[in-house]
Design a protein around this ligand. Structure first.
Ligand code: S3P
Length: 436
């Protein structure tokens, strides 16, 4: 799908969320490495999760899709196969960086490629620690970018102090560490999402967390031996974020979602929205693994806030929609310490600043964030707005326009399918109007 037209309107009702993208991709990798079959419920049907799964099939895993949406992944018991073709990870930074760790550890020679957006993203951040472990990883793109050729094996454990807060880098090093000689420790500058650690525990792979240090004991080149198991992937909090903001900022609106993943390293947006005056109820549901719950948000008058420091990694993917919340709030919203946004699927600081201004919002751009002046009367821009191939920018702009005054043409929205293929359908089911 290349373009849509989104109209203003109140969004209210219930949404069934897609599966969590980060969890789905990690489950695909661990289940593929395991001995035996893992039955996975709620696996994300988005392109990023599917490209990761396809890569694991090329590496030897077997995947069976049941009619009820459950997928059965039968693992290779540690012995990944050398793929016959380059592995195409599409738009997925998580798939690429985590898989690089796995392949380097397992000593599987492979080439990894991706789409235009992924081919611009920095991969030097994983090359450095993997090289310290003894892996041979070549970034053949122009500026430390894809295509990447991996030929690893015989790694040694390291202690790695990460220069940036990145769950992808942490997970890459930990996955490689499973195949190393000796212990591997990653030290985080700020705590980031811990799905890898949680899933290691769930699959019975020992992992030690002490403050900002996460350690695994290497099992040598043969890698860890563990069994497949049943896994339920929770609803994606980052997808819920669009509806949370859509309802929170609109008096009279109510949106409810069930089965939402509530891992505390993912939900800082809830704290920020509450600080802004949002009316959000969280009812925990009892399931195994990550905490999950029901969210109900009712519209209220929001006020601006400051978002910085340790909060940033725990809402990193929600910052585009949070900037939208800032535009809808009274007063100023300031985002700092978020320079990582510049190397996401697009330069999300530059994109959000440009797009918010096109709606008449006053925004100051900083190297590591922005200041959004809330409360402006939103004017739908006349020309088409481009997503720059970034799903979260496209969805954030669609939500913003539901608060504006005209029909917005959004182009290049195919990227939404990477994380939330039913987004447009859900927008309509909540009362929104979209022409395709
Ligand atoms: C992710 C970690 C984050 C996040 C990305 C998914 C993950 O990236 O932005 O969408 O699944 O580990 P960084 O770890 O690079 O910040």
């Amino acid at each position: 799908m290349s373009g849509v037209v989104v109209y203003p309107g109140v969004l209210s009702g219930r949404v069934a969320l897609p599966g969590d993208k980060s969890v789905s991709q990690r489950v695909a990798m661990l289940a593929s490495l395991a001995c035996g079959t893992s039955e996975v419920t709620g696996y994300l049907d988005g392109e990023d999760a599917q490209s990761t799964l396809a890569a694991m099939v090329a590496l030897g895993a077997l995947v069976e899709r049941k009619p009820d949406g459950v997928i059965c992944i039968t693992g290779v018991g540690g012995a990944l196969r050398v793929p016959s073709e380059p592995l195409d990870l599409g738009n997925s930074g998580t798939g690429t960086r985590l898989l690089a760790g796995l392949l380097a550890g397992a000593g599987v020679r492979a080439t990894v490629v991706g789409d235009a957006s992924l081919s611009r993203r920095p991969m030097g951040r994983i090359e450095k620690p993997l090289a310290l472990m003894g892996a041979d990883l070549q970034l053949t793109g122009e500026r430390g970018t894809l295509p990447m050729v991996i030929a690893g094996g015989d790694l040694k454990g390291i202690r790695y102090e990460m220069p940036m807060a990145s769950a992808q880098v942490k997970s890459c090093v930990l996955l490689a560490g499973l195949f190393a000689e000796g212990e591997t420790t990653v030290v985080e500058p700020r705590p980031t999402r811990d799905h890898t650690e949680k899933l290691f525990e769930m699959f019975g792979i020992p992992v030690r967390v002490e403050g900002r240090c996460v350690s695994v004991m290497g099992c040598g080149a043969a890698g860890p031996v563990f069994a497949g198991r049943a896994v339920r992937v929770p609803g994606d909090f980052s997808s819920a974020a669009f509806w949370l903001v859509a309802a929170a900022a609109r008096e009279g609106a109510v949106i409810e979602m069930e089965g939402v993943g509530l891992n505390p390293r993912r939900t800082a947006l809830l704290d920020v929205l509450k600080r802004m005056g949002a009316d959000v109820d969280v009812v925990p549901e009892v399931v195994m693994g990550d905490p999950v719950g029901r969210l109900r948000v009712r519209g209220a008058v929001l006020r601006g806030t400051v978002i910085e420091g340790d909060e940033i990694p725990n809402l990193i993917d929600e910052l585009p929609i949070l900037a939208v919340a800032g535009a809808l709030a009274m007063g100023e919203t300031v985002i700092r310490d978020a320079a990582e946004l510049r190397v996401k699927e697009s330069d999300r600081i530059a994109e959000m600043v440009k797009h918010l201004r096109s709606f008449g919002v006053s925004v100051d751009e900083f190297e590591d964030g922005m200041r959004v002046q809330g409360g402006a009367v939103l004017k739908t821009p006349a020309g088409p707005l481009l997503s720059e191939g970034d799903h979260r920018i496209a969805m954030s702009m669609a939500i913003l326009n539901t608060f504006a005054d005209g029909a917005l043409r959004l182009d290049e929205v195919g990227c939404v399918d990477t994380s939330y293929p039913s987004f447009w359908k859900d927008l309509v089911s909540l009362g929104g109007r979209v022409d395709r």
